[in-house]
Ligand binder design. Sequence first.
Ligand code: HPN
Length: 149
Amino acid sequence: MTQSIQRPQWADASSEAARAHGADEALVLEFMDALSSNDADRLIAYFADDTMYHNMPLPAAYGRDAVHATLAGLFTVMSIDKVDTFYIASRDGVVFTERVDLLTALPTGKSFELPVTGILHIRDGKITGWRDYFDLRSFEEAVDFALGG
Ligand code: HPN
């Protein structure tokens, strides 16, 4: 079944700012599409060795092995069903995204459309850093499951 996300009223899909300009932004949109594979082995191929991943309300992961473990751990308790990137922009290898990620907590089966601002650093076609900013409590309350411990 194809999952859909209700776009916020302010998200203008016809804006040029919703489309990738340049290789770094194209890579990030490809990666955002790949997230719904929920396959840590596939996703880790996008990352450099000296990388980091930080869901800002949660502990950061440094290095490719730690990023892989974080992704694999997340996918034991939640699925990423779809990522809708409304706006994307970049400068000097730093790519800014404004998105809604449709997530499901596996223990409860409840889904939530989580607004996210994500910043990805790209070097030579690989992710060297990924930080996502979001309201963890809104997710946890909506899906009746605590990721924050
Ligand atoms: N980027 C994502 O959608 C996955 C991050 C996990 C968020 C946990 C609420």
